[in-house]
Design a protein around this ligand. Structure first.
Ligand code: HEC
Length: 113
């Protein structure tokens, strides 16, 4: 291998090393934005962090969905928050953007570690 190829490999490795912590940082940022949205939108009227209030605790939701894998869990929970859960007290929140739904659900799922 010629020296300039090694050089390209080294910079690729450096780029990858930076990409990983950056992804984590943005998930953490999403989660803290999500926590704010949940506080602002009165979700705690019905949900505690743990244990059933009117709805299930957020940490309990995270635990229940942990086994389903992140992609599936995100899809189901975003739909639940956006559309509500018919026949229950869980109201629809149709005004949330996709980004806000992501943030809220990232926060909920971050409660299970
Ligand atoms: C008026 C009460 C009420 C409010 C306000 C409320 N929820 Fe709920 N929520 C419920 C109930 C009750 C359930 C359980 C529905 C069921 O039995 O499947 C639920 C279910 C959920 C679920 C699905 C849990 C699961 O296991 O599938 C999520 C996620 C959720 N709520 C998030 C939120 C968020 C985020 C907010 C604020 C934007 C919110 N809720 C506001 C009552 C409420």
């Amino acid at each position: 291998m010629k020296p300039h190829h090694l050089c390209a490999l080294a910079s690729l490795a450096a780029a990858l090393a930076f990409a990983v912590p950056a992804a984590h940082a943005s998930e953490a940022q999403d989660a803290s934005a999500g926590a704010k949205l949940v506080k602002q939108h009165g979700c705690f009227t019905c949900h505690a962090m743990q244990g059933t209030k009117i709805g299930p605790g957020f940490a309990d939701i995270a635990a229940k969905f942990a086994a389903q894998g992140e992609d599936k869990a995100e899809k189901v929970l975003e739909t639940d928050v956006h559309d509500g859960v018919k026949g229950t007290a869980m109201p629809a929140n149709a005004s949330f953007s996709k980004a806000e739904l992501d943030q809220i659900v990232d926060w909920i799922l971050s409660l299970k570690k």
